[in-house]
Ligand binder design. Structure first.
Ligand code: NAP
Length: 295
């Protein structure tokens, strides 16, 4: 039986509509959530991500403070801007678009962001709180994966989740979130990576597979059991002469074949991708509510 396709665009649109209504209510109380955006240099992909984030802010009624800085900005000047935003009550979240030019120290820049405004959830303070199960800004892509599962009626509690990938921004945080003793967690989690022996042995036992390897066809149909739920985080560029751009995007999963065995599966594009930006907006609204003492 072919799987139901999880529509990430639809879930993202529903969540953004809910956030828009919440922001309208907050604005009536004089609370305007604000996102400070920093883009260094002129990388076209980063420019388009930042533009999309600012457009989404405008659509939801979130104030955005746009800072496009020259590629040769010094570490000192960049950190001075972050400190200014840390002190600015109009700004509830600070987003530094990565990657930064090589002469800048990314770790030092991210740690300069106040943990109270770290809406990307990359600050060690927030990572520590997440691991300890305390309230924290959760990183956007992992949190988006959990929302996708919940909003498609997938039971996480008690499920065996196999995660392929252990990066700091995807695999590790998802694993940590899913093992929490909480309503969003209580899963049994296996984390696989390039040193895992016999990946298929693990994935075949999974009720839920989360693929975040960054390699096409990492998960093929012979590696999954019937009825599995598959979340494909991977985004890979494949050469495709039939496309104007010369490439197409694909995930880490052999979508066409795996969807014949799975019960639910995300496509790429249109699965996890739209959730990442939504969770950034969600965190910004959460931050504004915390700053106003509402939560
Ligand atoms: P990453 O830092 O390159 O990490 C990849 C992880 O996958 C590593 O832990 C690696 O193992 C593991 N891995 C790679 N090939 C494997 C294989 N054949 N078998 C088992 N494990 C394997 O990548 P990332 O930043 O986590 O991103 C993963 C993918 O998600 C990328 O395609 C990225 O573009 C995409 N992504 C999408 C979004 C979104 O919004 N949709 C957001 C973030 C990332 P080792 O640790 O042993 O090297």
């Amino acid at each position: 039986m072919a799987a139901k396709i999880i529509d990430g665009k639809q879930v993202a649109a529903e969540m953004q509509a809910e956030l828009k209504a919440e922001v309208a209510q907050l604005r009536q109380e004089g609370i305007v959530p604000g996102l400070g955006v920093i883009l260094v240099g002129e990388d076209p992909a980063s420019q388009s991500y930042v533009t999309a984030k600012e457009r989404a802010c405008a659509e939801l009624g979130i104030y955005s403070d746009d800072n496009r800085l020259p590629a040769n900005i010094t570490q000192k000047d960049l950190i001075a801007l972050i400190n200014k935003m840390n002190a600015d009550p109009k700004i509830n979240g600070i987003l530094v678009q990565l990657p930064l030019p090589k002469h800048l120290n990314e770790g030092e820049v991210l740690i300069a962001i106040s943990p109270d405004k770290d809406v990307d959830g990359f600050h060690p303070t927030n990572i520590g709180k997440m691991v300890a199960g305390q309230p924290a800004f959760l990183p956007c892509t992992p949190h988006g994966v959990i929302k996708l599962l919940q909003r498609n009626g997938v039971k996480i509690e008690g499920a065996h989740v196999v995660i392929v990938g252990r990066s700091n921004i995807v695999g590790k945080p998802i694993a940590n979130m899913l093992i929490q003793k909480s309503k969003d967690g209580n899963a049994t989690v296996t984390v696989c990576h390039t040193k895992t022996k016999d990946l298929a042995h693990h994935t075949r036992q999974a009720d839920i597979i989360i693929a975040a390897a960054g390699r096409p066809n990492t998960i093929t149909a012979d590696m999954v059991k019937d009825g599995v739920v598959v979340i494909d985080v991977g985004v890979n560029r494949i050469k495709d002469a039939s496309k104007k751009s010369g490439f197409r995007l694909t995930g880490d999963v052999d979508f066409e074949k795996v969807k014949e065995k799975a019960s639910l599966i995300t496509p790429v594009p249109g699965g996890v991708g739209p959730m990442t930006i939504t969770m950034l907006l969600y965190n910004t609204v959460e931050s504004a509510k915390r700053a106003a003492g509402k939560i």
